[in-house]
Design a protein around this ligand. Structure first.
Ligand code: HEC
Ligand code: HEC
Length: 329
């Protein structure tokens, strides 16, 4: 190929501009308060599969009545669409079930952050009298009589079926439950067509109002604690107080932690109604209105709320290559 000087110059200029564009794009991505969810790694398929089986196994509960999946259904955005969850013997819980999707990316587990890791968290539902009301030794005794589990655990772990390995298997499964590739993440990665003008407007408003000062990072939440009612007394206006409302106060006993909660992730939030730890809001509009009033101290403007909801819907991601399912609004 024969290139004259002018053609060479054009090519050099093109490459130069392309490099600058790529850099600008990378910087733009870094500047955003939200970052994309990584792809899930499947480096231990046997452990993940055992965790999946345990997660769906009612024998982890007293009288074999409920499984983890009863309250964290992968078909309901990883939650259960109830105000509060229902455990064994139809016992009503005290608090709304959060989504199990992406939970491995939370900085702490539970609404009040009382478990530091998923491995620590997993003991909670097993022994909670309003959830599974059982114990690990009881689960072990039952599953030791199941030849399939015994054989599979022997393959997956050197020391076979043990309490610690059941806990580990469930955590392996939980770590596989990431939901990458939402339309918003595609947008963050540079596909400007992935979201509509209204959805983009909603994102701009989300930042301008200051929602992103609390809901940010890879989970659009899940990385800090905040008081529910930072700029207004939510609980007084709601009219009653339960022990679940105490938030981190129940963990630390410090007065300044009363009503303080882990800021929840907004990933897949369109699929996980009802909202808040008390499950009182059945729609995103209701939840966003409360946030404006009590977390930001502003009077909600209806049109802005609608734009923000458009944006929140773009946060629905994919599990195993398929757009996540749920009770959509
Ligand atoms: C009866 C319903 C129910 C069952 C059964 C149940 N959970 Fe939960 N789960 C909940 C509720 C409600 C919460 C919130 C509790 C809180 O924050 O105080 C929760 C919280 C969690 C969290 C923390 C998520 C976050 O965002 O903080 C994880 C992880 C979790 N459960 C995993 C499990 C696993 C694993 C099992 C089975 C061993 C299980 N759950 C069984 C209802 C249930
Ligand atoms: C000062 C921190 C803060 C700000 C600002 C904030 N939030 Fe929140 N958000 C929270 C906390 C804390 C909760 C959990 C409240 C509870 O249930 O205890 C929450 C919960 C939510 C929920 C319910 C999630 C669920 O799964 O139940 C939605 C939706 C939400 N926020 C959206 C927004 C939007 C939209 C804005 C901006 C208009 C916003 N938030 C501003 C801290 C904040």
């Amino acid at each position: 190929m024969n290139l004259n000087i002018l053609q060479m110059k054009k090519i050099i200029a093109f490459v130069f501009v392309a490099c600058i564009c790529m850099q600008v794009q990378a910087v733009a991505l870094l500047d955003e308060p939200i970052v994309p969810i990584p792809e899930a790694k499947f480096d231990a398929p046997l452990q993940v599969e055992l965790g999946r089986l345990l997660f769906n196994d009612v024998r982890l509960s007293a009288g074999a009545q409920v499984s983890c999946a009863s309250c964290h259904s992968l078909k309901m955005g990883g939650a259960d669409a109830q105000v509060v969850s229902v455990g064994v013997h139809g016992r009503q819980g005290d608090i709304n079930s959060p989504s199990i999707f992406n939970s491995s990316l939370n900085f702490r587990q539970f609404w009040n952050g009382r478990a530091a890791t998923l491995l620590e968290q997993v003991d909670g539902p097993i022994t909670n009298v309003k959830e599974m009301d059982f114990s690990w030794p009881q689960v072990l005794a039952i599953l030791q009589r199941d030849d399939f589990y015994v054989a599979q655990f022997a393959q997956a772990y050197p020391d076979g079926l043990t309490i610690q390995n059941m806990r580990r298997a469930i955590v392996s499964f939980e770590k596989s439950l990431l939901t990458p590739n939402s339309r918003f993440d595609q947008f963050l990665k540079g596909d400007k067509e992935a979201i509509s003008d209204n959805e983009l407007k909603g994102y701009e408003l989300f930042k301008q109002y200051g929602c992103s000062s609390c809901h940010q990072g890879v989970l659009v939440g899940g990385n800090l604690y905040q008081k529910f009612g930072a700029l207004g007394d939510y609980f007084q206006d709601r009219g009653y107080i339960t022990s679940a409302d105490y938030g981190r106060f129940a963990v630390t006993g410090r007065e300044q932690d009363r009503f303080v909660f882990k800021v929840p992730s907004l990933r897949n939030v369109a699929l996980t109604a009802p909202y808040f730890h008390d499950g009182t809001q059945t729609t995103l509009a209701g939840a966003v209105n409360i946030m404006m009033q009590y977390q930001l101290g502003v009077i909600p403007q209806e049109q802005d709320v609608l734009f923000i909801i458009d944006f929140l819907r773009t946060l629905t991601g994919e599990y195993q290559g398929k757009l996540l399912q749920g009770i959509s609004q």
